[in-house]
Design a protein around this ligand. Sequence first.
Ligand code: NAD
Length: 288
Amino acid sequence: MEKVGIIGSGLMGTGIAFVVARQIEGETVVVDVDEKILEKSRRTVEGLAARAVEKGQATQEEAGKWLKRLNHTTDRSDLKGAAFIIEAVPEDLALKCRLFTELSEICAQETILASNTSGLPITQIAAGARHPERVIGTHFFNPAPVMKLVEIVRGYATSETTIQKTRGFCSRLGKESILVEKDYPGFITTRIGNGYLAEALRCLEEGVGSAGDIDKGCRLAYNYPMGPFELMDLVGLDTVLRVFESLHQVYGERFRPSPLLRQMVSAGRLGRKSGSGFYNYAKKEKGA
Ligand SMILES: NC(=O)c1ccc[n+]([C@@H]2O[C@H](COP(=O)([O-])OP(=O)(O)OC[C@H]3O[C@@H](n4cnc5c(N)ncnc54)[C@H](O)[C@@H]3O)[C@@H](O)[C@H]2O)c1
């Protein structure tokens, strides 16, 4: 029986935990710093399992098995013995570096330590780990139970064995993967995606169109499932801002964080998770 660990049970950690518990027989250990966050995460996973039953994707018995595999805990030492650990804490390089150093003290030499960072350098995250050859990027997409792709990122020291094992693990999760050969910030998808988001923010700030019309335009013109402002609200504007800040440090002007985005984060308008962002979710009405 394989043990898998998820550290950080926010938006991404919760979705990834559901996918792991659904696909991998064994224990899924979910670690966070706060009992209340863990409780919310557990309820979300229960909701996802119930929806899978309603949609006829699983029987009640199967969904029950998924939930039994989950162990929500604030005790990081419960990760001991895990074959694979996926980190999904906030997009903060210092925090992730610290965590990887601590994780490599708890875990066996064979454990693969993966980061779900949207674009921070895996090589830097791995620098303090005891076995950097076992550190890798696994960038899942939101919502993790639905989105097919995992972007796998090779750090400078990541071994070929770690890459092959990670590819195998992702396919057992039912995911498609691509390999980012060079550990450049933003990898492939975040670098391209944030270029698009930056231009959408500039259009809004310059008054070229409303958020609603820019979103509708992008959805219909490019056949995207959602427009840039709907996407940022889903991701969380705090996370979007942090990603812009890290890309700006490396690539310069083209990723300078938009003043509007900064203001919205300062005002606590973080998107869906806070009830309002570019759109207002509490009242279920749209309008920037
Ligand atoms: N939001 C998205 O759409 C998205 C998509 C892809 C990747 N990501 C990346 O995934 C990571 C997590 O993003 P998120 O949106 O889930 O963030 P989030 O803020 O929703 O969740 C982060 C969780 O980590 C917990 N945490 C903080 N410090 C911790 C610690 N020391 N130990 C254990 N838990 C800790 C927090 O309590 C919180 O529950 C980030 O690196 C982000 O860039 C996010």
